[in-house]
Design a protein around this ligand. Structure first.
Ligand SMILES: [Zn+2]
Ligand SMILES: [Zn+2]
Length: 197
């Protein structure tokens, strides 16, 4: 079985954190996880198999991604192109999976990061549209928060984010938003709640 990234290098037997048998490349240090090994390990898990959440935004994992990460790869078992799923960290990376045999490829260091994120138990969900959409949405929010902090300074921005959360979770939160709009927009008159038309 050849390394999907190095192509001419043969994979050798190894194991992943003593969990299951894998095939490793001694050249690029990538790991091929055959579907039967991975799915067998998943089935043996006693803890609950709920779908993992997105990793917390505050997570700042220092991670030097493998130079092979972006290289297109063929499945070492059935020669299909591997699908890629982006994991959005400060240093984003891709996990790869064969659409046919469901085997998983992790470049050097990727499994460890997935394990730290708690995503290693349900890698297949990274390849769903639902997860990828959620991840993209969160990234847009991150951008907006950053832009807001740049304009307001981090202290005031933090208060705004906190207030926004509280208003979003309050059944009448839109009244608070309307007040802010009138107050901040300036030349708008206060609304008299007792005024009659
Ligand atoms: Zn390799
Ligand atoms: Zn395959």
């Amino acid at each position: 079985m050849q390394c999907p990234k190095c192509r001419t290098v043969s994979l050798v037997d190894g194991s992943l954190s003593d969990k299951f048998a894998v095939k490793s490349c001694q050249e690029c240090k990538g790991t091929w996880i055959p579907a039967n090994e991975y799915e067998g390990w998943q089935a043996r898990q006693t803890y609950n198999q709920t779908v993992s959440d997105l990793p917390p935004d505050s997570l700042d994992i220092q991670f030097v991604k493998s130079p092979f990460d972006t290289k297109a790869a063929l499945c070492p078992e059935c020669q299909r192109y591997l699908s890629r799923a982006k994991v959005n960290l400060k240093t984003p990376f891709y996990v790869e999976r064969c659409p046919q045999c469901r085997g998983i490829w992790c470049d050097k260091g990727e499994w460890d990061i997935l394990e730290r994120l708690g995503l290693h138990t349900t890698i297949e969900q990274l390849f769903t549209n639902e997860w990828q959409t959620k991840a993209r949405e969160r990234q847009l929010w991150e951008k907006e928060r950053q832009a807001t902090a740049d304009k307001l300074g981090s202290e005031l921005a933090f208060q705004v984010f906190e207030l926004a959360e509280r208003l979003a979770n309050h059944p009448n939160g839109d009244f608070g938003v309307a007040y802010l709009m009138r107050r901040v927009a300036g030349n708008v008159q206060p609304q008299n709640p007792k005024s009659e038309r």
